[in-house]
Every structure is written in structure tokens, then in C-alpha cells.
Design a protein around this ligand. Structure first.
Ligand SMILES: NC(=O)c1ccc[n+]([C@@H]2O[C@H](COP(=O)([O-])OP(=O)(O)OC[C@H]3O[C@@H](n4cnc5c(N)ncnc54)[C@H](O)[C@@H]3O)[C@@H](O)[C@H]2O)c1
Length: 359
């Protein structure tokens, strides 16, 4: 059983706690948050969990792995503190706020001989994994291209404090890109270079809800990013992530091969129908054939505790480099080569919830 210490008990921690409840491979030994009242409230709901400071938690003998659910700006600092104490780390996206910080985390982990895992783990659900199995089985023949599309009017319509989405480190690519880009690497393998373009529809945004409704906030980042991922296999993915539209009926992800086309469900979710259109046939829905069934956020940590680490730090590092290189290419106008790569993790066999809860 893996003793887990959670650092950061904000909005997303509730989904992790729901998934990890009653899972036999994981025991939550301790929790920490800068806001100790928040930590106290969470600890009360978990039998045996102690409230510690972050420094105490990362050196606690009952903690084998640190679950880092802090804000992006704190990801590297918390991870490095845990690594220095010889702990494994599983963290929320992105791996770090900047690519140099992500490299520092990966280098420190390699030197210390500890393992790094990272969100998104939605890609280990039956949606993306069933699509991956279809490609691996040759149902679309040789994959040639993919498209990934996420378009919205911007999070300020519903988020009461949306400032960070429009500051450095925000924008639609870094916010939503991890789900789509990680899926594309799962489906088509690592990326060798990228070409990007970007635009910004306006310099201010208006908050749509909460006590600041009606207030204008400044936009410091590009809000429409589009680009091409040149996969090492030769396949080409077209990616669009935007706060500059309203709605879209485009498929979240489509993959096209010489013998068929595949519709992949929303990669921000764990499930959803995968549809196949074979050459000469018709659209058909595939039965789930791979992935953790009925999973939630935290399944990546369970997979990590079981020794697989399919939602790996190496994947998160590669995905962060793809996203930052897209933005760099948009700025320079040049195609940007990548320096990291990753092997596709093994396919997740179709695993019912009863099974993964007792792994
Ligand atoms: N909210 C979502 O819907 C959502 C969805 C998917 C992923 N995520 C990711 O989850 C992470 C957390 O997001 P959130 O929405 O839960 O944020 P949040 O602001 O609600 O919670 C973050 C918590 O971390 C604590 N914290 C910050 N720095 C810390 C430090 N150095 N030491 C200890 N505690 C610290 C804060 O006090 C806060 O309680 C982010 O990386 C985000 O990208 C969030």
C-alpha cells in the first residue's frame, strides 16, 4: 500500500478524494495546505490522515508519494521539496509553470531515483484508451493525420476570478492543451517539431459572474492558438485551442488513417463514445475495449502506485515542451524542433472499477 501525502486542497482535490476513497492500494496519510483551515476540514473526512505543514509532509515516514494539487506556480517548488526527501511525486497539470522548471524537476527525480507522474489522467479512461486500441489494432490502417479542436468564449463568462487565464502562463493552450496534446501523443506517438500561429481578438475581457461581474480585466496572452504537430511517425496533427469563438460542433479529436477515420470523445472526460468509419462502411460506435472504466481524477495515481506510471512525468514534460514550442513558433514564425521525447505508455487493459479499486 502506498502512503500518500496531499499538498493543495482546493477545488480539484475533491475529485481526487472521491476517486481515492476506498481504494486498497492507496492510504492518505497526511494533508497540507497554506490554508490550514482547509487542511483541517479535509483531514476530518479521512480516517487517520494528519494535518502537517508542507515541509513536514514531504519528510514524513508514512508518506511514500506526494500528490501535488497546488496551483501551477507552486508545482515545481513542492515537487522539488518532495524529491529532495526521496519521495515519488504525482502532480496536477502542468508539470511546472515553465519548461526550465519542468526540466529541473525531471533531472532532480532522475538523480534521486524517484518517480514522477502527472495529470492529465483522463487519457487512461475508456474514451481515449479505446481509440488507442482501435489504432493499435489497425482499424484505421496507417494513421496519417489528426485534428484536435477546443473553442470557447473564454472562462470569464463563468469563473468569478478569471484573471490568471489571461496572464503569462494562462491562455487556452496551456489551460486546455494538456488534455488534447497528451491524447494526440497517446494516439500517434511523440512529436518531433511544431509549427504554430496565434492571435488575440481583444485587449480586455469582462467578468461575467460573481462580485466582480462587469469588471474589465487586461489580456496579456494570445487567446487563439493553432498549429501543426509533426509526429515522429510522420503523422500530422492540427490543433486549435481558443477563447475567441463561442461554440463549436467540431469533434474534439478525429484521427484519420488510410483505411478509416476515428472520432475520439472529449479528452477532458474519462469516458465517451468512440466512433469508427471504416473505408467503404458507415459510422459505428465501438464498445469500450481498453482503459480504466468509470474512472475519475486520481486514477493516474492508482496506476502509478501499481507501478505502471502511464500518466508519467516524461509524458507531461514532452507535452509541456510541445505547447511552449507552439507558442514560440507562433512568435518567431519558424518551425520549432523539440528536444524531449517519450515512448507511448502501454495500453491500459479494460479494467472494471471493482478491479482498479482493489489493485
Ligand atoms: N479546478 C479545476 O477544475 C481543475 C481541473 C483540472 C486540473 N486542475 C489543476 O489542479 C491544480 C489546482 O487547481 P485548483 O482549481 O484545485 O486550485 P485552487 O486554487 O482551488 O487550490 C489550490 C490549493 O493549493 C494551495 N497551495 C498553493 N500553493 C501551495 C503551497 N506552496 N503549499 C501548500 N499549499 C499550496 C492553496 O492554498 C489552495 O488551497 C492546478 O494545477 C489546475 O491546473 C484544476
Amino acid at each position: 500500500m502506498t502512503g500518500v501525502g496531499i499538498v493543495g486542497l482546493g477545488v480539484i482535490s475533491r475529485q481526487y478524494l472521491d476517486t481515492l476513497k476506498g481504494v486498497s492500494s492507496v492510504r492518505i496519510a497526511a494533508v497540507a495546505d497554506l490554508d490550514t483551515a482547509r487542511a483541517d476540514a479535509v483531514a476530518e473526512t479521512i480516517p487517520g490522515a494528519r494535518v502537517l505543514t508542507t515541509d513536514q509532509l514531504v519528510s514524513d515516514p508514512e508518506v511514500d508519494a506526494v500528490l501535488n494539487l497546488t496551483i501551477p506556480a507552486a508545482h515545481a517548488e513542492v515537487a522539488l521539496a518532495a524529491i529532495a526527501q526521496g519521495k515519488d511525486v504525482f502532480g496536477e497539470k502542468p508539470l511546472a509553470a515553465t519548461l526550465p522548471d519542468a526540466a529541473r524537476v525531471m533531472d532532480a527525480a532522475a538523480a534521486a531515483g524517484v518517480r514522477i507522474g502527472a495529470a492529465p489522467d483522463t487519457v487512461l479512461g475508456t474514451g481515449v484508451q479505446t481509440a488507442r486500441a482501435a489504432i493499435d489494432e489497425g482499424l484505421i490502417g496507417r494513421p496519417v493525420s489528426a485534428s484536435a479542436m477546443w473553442i470557447s468564449a473564454g472562462h470569464e463568462s463563468w469563473h468569478p476570478q478569471p484573471d490568471f487565464y489571461y496572464r503569462e502562463g494562462g491562455g487556452p493552450l496551456l489551460d486546455m492543451g494538456p488534455y488534447y496534446v497528451t491524447s494526440l501523443v497517446q494516439l500517434l506517438g511523440p512529436v518531433a517539431s511544431v509549427s504554430g500561429a496565434a492571435s488575440r481578438s481583444r485587449d480586455t475581457r469582462v467578468i461575467g459572474s460573481g462580485p466582480r461581474a462587469g469588471e474589465s480585466i487586461a489580456v496579456d496572452v494570445d487567446t487563439h492558438l493553432t498549429g501543426i504537430l509533426h509526429h515522429a511517425s510522420g503523422a500530422l496533427s492540427t490543433v486549435t485551442m481558443s477563447f475567441d469563438g463561442v461554440r463549436s460542433t467540431a469533434a474534439p479529436i478525429e484521427v484519420h488513417g488510410v483505411d478509416g477515420s476515428l472520432l475520439v470523445p472529449d479528452p477532458n472526460m474519462f469516458t465517451g463514445d468512440v466512433q469508427l468509419h471504416p473505408r467503404g462502411g458507415e459510422w459505428q460506435t465501438l464498445q469500450p475495449s481498453a482503459g480504466y472504466a468509470d474512472a475519475g481524477r486520481g486514477i493516474g495515481l492508482i496506476d502509478f502506485a501499481a507501478g505502471h506510471a502511464r500518466a508519467s512525468g516524461a509524458m507531461a514534460h514532452h507535452v509541456l515542451e510541445i505547447m511552449t514550442a507552439l507558442a514560440a513558433s507562433a512568435a518567431s514564425g519558424a518551425r520549432e524542433p523539440l528536444h524531449t521525447t517519450v515512448e507511448r505508455p502501454s495500453l491500459v487493459p479494460l479494467t472494471p472499477a471493482d478491479t482498479w479499486r482493489s489493485l
